[in-house]
Design a protein around this ligand. Sequence first.
Ligand SMILES: [Zn+2]
Length: 174
Amino acid sequence: MPRPLDLESPRVLVLNAAYEVLGLASIKRSVLLVLSGGAEMVAESGRYLHTPSTRIPVPSVIRLKRMVRRRPGRVPLNRRNVLRRDRYTCQYCGQKGGELTVDHVLPKSRGGLSTWDNLVAACRACNLKKGNRTPEEAGMRLLKPPKPPLLPLFLSDLKEVPEAWRPYLEALLR
Ligand SMILES: [Zn+2]
């Protein structure tokens, strides 16, 4: 027996008319959008909702028919979200998990701002080693330049990314 469908939790990838990822929606909202003509189904999940007279395919990916601009930077900037963006991985040595701090790449004391592109997850040892220096001065390298998250969703929060989502997420996973 397959697990019962959870209609309320975000399980459907939502694209805008230009096939850009907007975020996630619940099955309920997605099905209503498709039925009302506001969105089209791009990929089915293989599951169905049953009514007395018909069955409705449950979407895995939908595309809104009207153009919605992607609005980057809607994710609140805070410690927790910086760690989430960096997948709980020290951006200097690559250590995953453990006790992580948030490091100002250009130190605060030297005018570094608390912005998405100046904050990274760092393990305690790396943060200590770097001290009041820039990565260059400390001879340390960032795994990748920090950027604002593109999405109102964090892929690292998903247990698994459905195969049907991959073509649309590729640009973001790079
Ligand atoms: Zn480290």
